[in-house]
Design a protein around this ligand. Sequence first.
Ligand SMILES: [Zn+2]
Length: 89
Amino acid sequence: MTPDPFDLAAQFASRPAPAPRGDEEGTSPAADEIAYICDACGEEIVVPADLAGGASQEYVEDCPVCCRPNLLTVTVGLDGDVRCEARPE
Ligand SMILES: [Zn+2]
């Protein structure tokens, strides 16, 4: 018995197309705010994250509660997790 070459070709032609990739999950809404504890007054401060400056940045932000400056260290993990630490300036 010889395999029918036409039948073989039809089998290849009818292979299902590759499924669309479902890995475009870069729009997680969780990473656009950062929270830190003010070093001077102990309040938790939530500010919009400005991550355009890179995955690791330091800047000074005045506490909206007590107006004292905090030196914020913001780091973004590989999974998009944003961490923020505040120290006295
Ligand atoms: Zn404060």
